[in-house]
Design a protein around this ligand. Sequence first.
Ligand code: AMP
Length: 415
Amino acid sequence: MKVLVIGGGAREHALCRSLSQDPAVTELHCAPGNAGIAQVATVHPVDQLDGAQVAALAVRLGAGLVVVGPEAPLVAGVADAVRAAGVPVFGPSAQAARLEGSKAFAKDVMAAAGVPTARSYVCTTAAEAAEALDAFGAPYVVKDDGLAAGKGVVVTSDREAALEHAAACERVVIEEYLDGPEVSLFAITDGTTVVPLQPAQDFKRALDGDEGPNTGGMGAYSPLPWAPAGLVEEVLESVLQPTVDELRRRGTEFSGLLYAGLALTSRGTRVIEFNARFGDPETQVVLARLRTPLAGVLLASANGTLDQVEPLRWDEGAAVTVVVASEGYPAAPRTGDPIEGLAEAEADGTAFVLHAGTKAGEDGQVLSAGGRVLSVTATGADLAGARERAYAAVDRISLKGGQHRTDIALKAATA
Ligand code: AMP
């Protein structure tokens, strides 16, 4: 099978790496890709938001499967365009991707499906926002209704700051604050059957100890030794399956990757958000542990045959990924700097480097080209072992002004 992956971050590099190891995959392509992806796939300079261009590329390549990585092309209808061209696609329609693209839509689906989530109000005026903030009290949670790459959420005890964020957005969802640890649980679905993957946890803040600004994610690990037994089954029953069933009932069948961001609160598991695609950087650790060849599972989602897929097989060990970001990330990332030590980081075979924002420079050099530059990933018998390997690899890499957190998976590894 020829596979075309859409996107160009570390998540897509992780997808491409797994697909390249699947014997069923005879040719691997990626658009637009990055410098690391180019080592395992043929990359194509295509506008990933342009459904017509992506569909034309898929047809020209004779792709048997297109895998859409990021949310923006999904919300822009790229999966619809590829499907309309007769090519199987892993990823939801634009209509179904509103589960991520509109917080208000997601809340409506959850209410109809009886899925536990934070109580919330949708507000469009300053007066409504003020009223909602006061109804819940501090800490305040204010979410831009639209797609904001995970950065449209403000959680603060400062009422003025909460009002300011609300005023800066056209439509906001203001909701009750959820306490307790967060878990990311991914599931692959064909619109009817739901196959959960292994849970992971990511680190959203820029600095150690969960300090500093919110980011796209600075690291992740899996599994979660502290999570309650039966968590995956509980979430499948109370969250994932009812959501997929409700979307099908509405005629907006959701196929692809359903990502549940959960808070394990003192009053039970609650959904913080849904995403319509693999999470970044959790994908890096979840796929590092998946033993079942990936292409067949994604194709079964695209073709509506997930009920025929064998139970997934998992590595019993652990995986940790540490994001290396550029200087100034997230506010004003500096780009164009050479990255050294990439081969050394992988030399002993215990870690691998997934590229996020990179591009090829002259003389085979790799240059930074974005905020998050690399996802350095390692597996091990347990979290402590995987952590040690990941950080040893990070230490061999040099990027001027580069920054990373030093406490990824630390608490879970030492608990
Ligand atoms: P989201 O984009 O909805 O995932 O929100 C980004 C981050 O904001 C989440 O990962 C949480 O850390 C935090 N957050 C979102 N909603 C809530 C909530 N209701 N209570 C507490 N924290 C929240």
